[in-house]
Design a protein around this ligand. Structure first.
Ligand SMILES: [Zn+2]
Length: 424
């Protein structure tokens, strides 16, 4: 592995963490990458999800695969408005064309959500028209990647710099973009504050933000989608243990795993969690036995999108149909077919445990793809994706078994896929 690759891998570990306000005491240092210590995400869970395949959430706080508590996280439905601020510093100015370049890059992001949500989410980005000046050095905000309060001070400084021109009460999300010369800002963490811990402007409390860094040049526009996914309560699916093969769990099959993935849609599980799929589009199984299902492609609107087997406790096995449609499977590397994965609510974002410790090598992670062809790396398909590009069931008769659930591909009518799912 080259030094450059290692550097990028380390970046990927850090790039997408989201910091939450700790509860009390407010002056305590929050964990760098761990759950809040208390009530930030306490309160009622999402009440519209009543399926018995919904997984209980054993812990509150941070992002997980259980029902989302929208008292803290942002509901991903309807029109969500974001303001994109550009800020410079006493020791960092932009170069000509930099704002236009970032505006062009991020302009591609809203359509990802439009497609992934089947039109349920309309992210509207408003780009500020000039650079706003923060009368401090960019180094004043060193540590913003891992300290809730430092990141909040940076957000507050950006909002104050623009407040005379922007009515912040119109927006649910604030995106902050520095010039590339502001080298303090290397990565692009999301920021979520519990009610009362946000930044107030124009009578509104701003509790959802992303502070971008130079890694935008590496990831491109989809980093906005990934980080905004955190604001909606979605967890990271790569490992927070940089000593691990960090994309081992889902490779490039979900935007919350590898941001530059070539199958960058979101799992049916995430779409269900976000409310973009209804309970009627989930074939929920809670008992033993065998039954068939016909799954429509994840990237198209309508039909049954997944079989979900609640295997007990905090775990489910999910079966979905990944085809070349919508956002999905844009590269020849990824083999269209039936994808099977395990979901658990026993660990947080990045595989972190409720105590916030670094996850063990190998997981468990919130989602893990079941590989039909373990060990069959397709080396031409990229370091981070090669192990799982052919995880799918692609031919009639292909079968995988995980945790007492056996899934077999039984028919391929058009782009639909018929599967037999047997639970013992
Ligand atoms: Zn992330």
């Amino acid at each position: 592995m080259s030094l450059g690759v290692r550097a990028r891998t380390a970046l990927a570990v850090l790039v997408a963490g989201v910091l939450l306000a700790p509860a009390v005491p407010a002056t305590a240092a929050p964990p760098a990458e761990g759950p809040p210590t208390a009530g930030a995400a306490a309160g009622p869970a999402r009440s519209t999800l009543v399926s018995p395949c919904q997984l209980p959430t054993p812990v509150t706080g941070w992002q997980h695969e259980g029902p989302t508590n929208y008292a803290t996280w942002l509901p991903p439905s309807g029109t969500v408005r974001g303001i994109v601020l550009f800020v410079d510093f006493t020791n960092a100015a932009p170069v000509s064309g930099e704002r236009a370049g970032r505006t062009s890059t991020f302009g591609a992001a809203p359509n990802v959500f439009t497609q992934a949500s089947y039109g349920a989410l309309n992210l509207q980005l408003t780009f500020d028209t000039t650079w706003r000046h923060i009368p401090q050095t960019h180094g004043s905000f060193a540590g913003y990647q891992s300290n809730f309060f430092t990141q909040r001070s940076y957000l507050a400084a950006a909002v104050a710099a623009a407040d005379s021109a922007i009515d912040f009460s119109l927006y649910q999300i604030v995106y902050v973009v520095p010039p590339k010369s502001a080298t303090t800002f290397d990565i692009s963490p999301a920021w979520v504050a519990a009610p009362g811990d946000g930044v107030t402007a124009d009578g509104a409390e701003l509790r959802h933000a992303v502070t971008f860094g130079q890694d935008v040049d590496y990831w491109g526009y989809k980093i906005l989608n990934h980080e905004t996914g955190h604001l909606f309560g979605l967890p990271d699916l790569y490992s927070y243990n940089s000593a691990d093969s960090i994309h081992r769990a889902v490779g490039g099959w979900d935007l919350m795993g590898l941001i530059s993935a070539r199958a960058p849609d979101l799992f049916a599980w995430h779409k269900w969690k976000a409310g973009w799929l209804t309970d009627s589009q989930i074939d929920c199984r809670t008992t033993t036995g065998s039954a068939s299902a016909v799954l429509t492609p994840l990237g198209t609107t309508g039909g049954t999108k997944a079989v979900v087997v609640h295997t007990g406790g905090n775990t489910a096995v999910v079966v979905e149909n990944r085809q070349i449609s919508g956002l999905d499977v844009s590269s020849g590397c990824f083999q269209p077919g039936v994808l099977v994965y395990r979901v658990t609510t026993s660990v947080f974002s990045g595989g972190a445990s409720p105590g916030g410790s670094v996850p063990p090598i190998g997981g468990p992670f919130p989602v893990e793809v079941v590989d039909r062809t373990p060990g069959s790396d397709v080396t031409s398909c990229g370091t981070d994706e090669k192990a799982l590009v052919n995880a799918t069931l692609t031919a009639i008769g292909h079968t995988v078994t995980y945790g007492g659930v056996t899934v077999q591909l039984t028919a391929t009518p058009g782009n639909n896929r018929e599967v037999s799912v047997t639970v013992v």
